[in-house]
Design a protein around this ligand. Structure first.
Ligand SMILES: CC(C)(COP(=O)(O)OP(=O)(O)OC[C@H]1O[C@@H](n2cnc3c(N)ncnc32)[C@H](O)[C@@H]1OP(=O)(O)O)[C@@H](O)C(=O)NCCC(=O)NCCS
Length: 163
């Protein structure tokens, strides 16, 4: 499986992907850099994984996708629970199982570590992501009004048991 821990050198590729996936509400470079540094320094508390395309494959032309990654998953551990903070797959590689593989590896880690629950927030209007997470065993447990900006939108709160 081409999933590995993200390295400092993946920053450009992760920024390109977050901008394509989330547009105006994408993470800033500074936040992404802090998360990467935390994941490298404290891998038990902060997770940042990328799906690196096998040699010779490209998720998108190199000028758009500088590092050749097809997806990433970013999560943090809070007590015995984890929160998925960001998950994105390059548009040309969506609906090919990349997101399922990233989340599947993360759920295996959660089971091995004995974590209890996995939480996440998703834009109420993000039908693709909501369908994806429902299919992965997540359930809705609430809603946070006007949580997102650019554009303003409610967040759906979703969770599932880790075991
Ligand atoms: C949500 C996302 C990560 C899914 O990744 P992916 O690699 O395309 O997902 P998979 O190929 O593993 O899809 C698994 C299943 O999820 C559901 N699904 C995924 N994308 C879907 C879509 N656009 N519409 C409806 N269902 C979808 C389907 O049931 C799919 O199975 P199928 O293709 O056999 O029908 C991806 O669409 C993405 O990066 N979106 C932009 C960023 C984002 O919204 N991230 C989530 C918020 S943090």
């Amino acid at each position: 499986m081409p999933i590995r821990s993200a390295q400092t050198g993946d920053l450009d590729a992760m920024m390109a992907l977050t901008q394509v996936a989330f547009g105006a509400s994408a993470w800033s470079r500074r936040l992404m850099e802090e998360v990467l540094e935390a994941a490298i320094a404290r891998p038990g508390q902060q997770v940042a994984w990328v799906w690196e395309e096998p040699w010779g494959m490209a998720a998108a032309p190199a000028h758009r996708n500088p590092g050749g990654i097809a997806g990433y998953l970013i999560a943090q551990l809070i007590g015995r629970d984890a929160e998925i903070q960001s998950l994105a797959v390059w548009p040309e590689r969506q609906r090919q199982g990349v997101g399922t593989a990233l989340l599947g590896d993360f759920m295996e880690l959660a089971q091995r570590q004995g974590w209890e629950r996995i939480f996440l927030e998703v834009r109420a209007g993000n039908e693709a992501a909501r369908k994806f997470y429902l299919r992965q065993g997540f359930e809705d447990y609430g809603r946070r009004a006007n949580y997102y900006h650019s554009p303003t939108e409610d967040a759906c709160l979703m969770r599932r048991r880790a075991g």
